[in-house]
Design a protein around this ligand. Structure first.
Ligand code: KG4
Ligand code: ZN
Length: 338
């Protein structure tokens, strides 16, 4: 059987990415990140869209050239349909549509959150693939969900955030500490040198498998205001301990809900996905859970945790095998369910 080459394009937020997959193996995965947003303390949609327009041609070009294939070998083109920022999505979506039309190859529309989950099915030496059914914890700057994955195309959301996403909880806490955007990775870095029990924050009470993070943000804000009023150098003197305590609280909120989900479903295979799965605290907690609770946990290769096109490509490959193609009239969707 001849190999299937999928060109995948991701542009849902502030990373422009293109990948070439040969069947379920990643040949190239090029990511152009946008540093422009740092000075604004968050992603500015209009600037993100413009940067995607500048990056899309060179990024796709490099992905194809470095893969050592020609564009005539491409079997199908997968792109992120949503969810995400409309102005950003449209750049990748329209590019993918035009190229699929020009090359006369099938077009495949992919849900970004679906891709964060199926990233585990990329064939990668040293990484096991979960077996169906399994539970996925998708944690990113825009989402926090526990999903029951029955097969490649049958996914059920068991719980999700009722307000902020967990990535926002990290980023907004970081902002309160004066750290630059995106602050999640910096909290993680500082937390390594701090005491996670130095300060205590209460965990929100939310029914079932849903999450809430906005209360925690407010709690941290009042905690910082009160302490800075007493000691103007409070943050500087306690940065590592504050970060470690915030991270400890967030990880423990996530683990509590996972334990509940395992109990309710009887499924003890857990896979994580999304940008926050790069967090060393959640990674360690999931590793510990293998011995502590006898779970089998799946932590993706770092490269496939934050936004990237390879994960779009693996979903595209599954769609291709099942002849699930998009019409040429398909449109991007800022909000998109499974
Ligand atoms: O999946 P992603 O790249 O983009 C979205 O789809 O949102 O996730 C980005 C989020 C940001 O909130 C960022 O702060 C967070 O992931 N993040 C982290 C870490 N690395 C990225 N949060 C905590 N610890 C990290 N190491
Ligand atoms: Zn994402």
């Amino acid at each position: 059987k001849s190999p299937i080459y999928i060109l995948a394009i991701e542009s849902s937020c502030d990373d422009t990415s293109a990948a070439i997959l040969c069947n379920d193996k990643v040949i190239t995965n090029v990511v152009a990140s946008q540093s422009i947003h740092q000075k604004y303390g968050g992603v500015v949609p209009e600037l993100a869209s413009r940067a995607h327009q500048q990056n899309i041609v060179p990024v796709v070009d490099i992905a194809i050239k470095d893969a050592g294939i020609t564009k005539d070998q491409i079997s199908g083109i997968a792109f992120t349909q949503g969810p995400g920022l409309m102005g950003s999505l449209l750049v990748g979506g329209n590019f993918a549509k035009s190229l699929a039309f020009a090359l006369n190859v099938p077009l495949i529309a992919v849900n970004h959150m679906h891709a964060h989950i199926l990233a585990h099915f990329i064939d990668e030496p040293g990484y096991d693939k979960p077996k169906f059914p399994f539970l996925a914890l998708t944690i990113s700057g825009g989402h926090t969900q526990i999903v029951k994955v029955n097969d490649f195309f049958n996914l059920e959301i068991l719980g999700e955030t009722t307000d902020d996403a967990v990535g926002e909880a990290f980023d907004k806490s970081a902002k309160l500490l004066g750290l630059p955007y995106p602050g999640g990775p910096l909290i993680d870095k500082n937390a390594k040198f701090g005491n996670p029990k130095a300060f205590t924050f209460t965990k929100p009470k939310v029914d079932g498998l849903n999450f809430s993070f906005s209360g925690l943000k407010t709690q941290i804000m009042y905690f910082i205001q009160k302490n800075v009023a007493e000691n103007p150098n409070f943050i500087e003197e306690n940065m590592n301990d504050i970060c470690a305590s915030i991270q400890f609280t967030i990880v423990s909120i996530l683990m509590d809900k996972l334990k509940m989900a395992v109990k309710e479903t009887g499924i003890n295979q857990i896979a994580i996905g999304g940008g926050v799965s790069a967090n060393s605290g959640i990674r360690q907690a999931l590793l510990d859970a293998q011995t502590k609770y006898k779970w089998k946990t799946f932590i993706p290769k770092f490269e496939y945790t934050t936004d990237n096109a390879a994960m779009i490509g693996i979903v595209g490959y599954q769609y291709y095998l099942n002849n699930k193609f998009a019409k040429k009239t398909v449109t991007n969707q800022a909000r998109l369910e499974f």
